[in-house]
Design a protein around this ligand. Structure first.
Ligand SMILES: CC(C)C[C@H](CS(C)(=N)=N)C(=O)N[C@H]1Cc2cn(c3ccccc23)CCCCCCNC1=O
Ligand SMILES: [Ca+2]
Ligand SMILES: [Zn+2]
Ligand SMILES: [Zn+2]
Length: 168
């Protein structure tokens, strides 16, 4: 989404993430497991492994924030933009922010954190938007998503960046 500051891909297969400020909409343990599940969607379709870290120098910093929050992309209150992520790179690269003025849920009401996180982590790995409404990387949120979150196009795109075949 912010292609002007990102590289095209991570140059490693083990990527660390850490979770900073949480939302009050869900228990922390729920946020932890939804974030882990959203990463595993991409891990299953690529050669990537995601390792949780508890330090602030992880590759991908995950935070819930509102309005102005220290980068050039302030959030907009309830509705509108739900989250954003920086593309691969050092520093802010990969960092993923969720707008805490949304109602985050693990179910069908509000905005489903797992689905939004999976979309954002696609950006954090270097993926752009798709024009195909069946793609996870479609630019607008869709509550009723198919069981298999990733479209064939999503799998092809992540594989183009991080090939699934085993690196000898
Ligand atoms: C795909 C998401 C998970 C992530 C993207 C943000 S990003 C950077 N990661 N691609 C997102 O938030 N898209 C907006 C796009 C959007 C839809 N509308 C908007 C009204 C105002 C502003 C934005 C929007 C119309 C009204 C519905 C508003 C609620 C839902 N919002 C969206 O779907
Ligand atoms: Ca918003
Ligand atoms: Zn931000
Ligand atoms: Zn997006």
């Amino acid at each position: 989404e912010y292609s002007h500051i990102q590289g095209t891909r991570w140059n490693k297969n083990v990527i660390t993430y850490s979770i900073g400020r949480y939302t009050r909409d869900l228990p922390r343990s729920t946020v932890d497991s939804l974030v882990e599940s959203a990463f595993s969607v991409w891990a299953r379709a690529s050669s990537l492994t995601f390792v949780r870290s508890h330090t602030r120098n992880a590759d991908i910093m995950v935070e819930f924030v509102t309005y102005e929050h220290g980068d050039l992309y302030p959030f907009d209150g309830p509705g509108g933009t739900l989250a954003h992520a920086f593309g691969p790179g050092l520093g802010a690269g990969g960092d993923t922010h969720f707008d805490d003025d949304e109602h985050w849920t693990a179910g069908e009401t509000g905005f489903n954190l797992f689905v939004v996180a999976a979309h954002e982590f696609g950006h954090a790995l270097g993926l752009k938007h798709s024009r195909n409404p069946d793609s996870l990387m479609y630019p607008t949120y869709r509550s009723s998503r198919p069981a298999n979150l990733l479209s064939r196009e999503d799998v092809a795109n992540i594989n183009a960046l991080y090939s699934k075949e085993y690196l000898w």
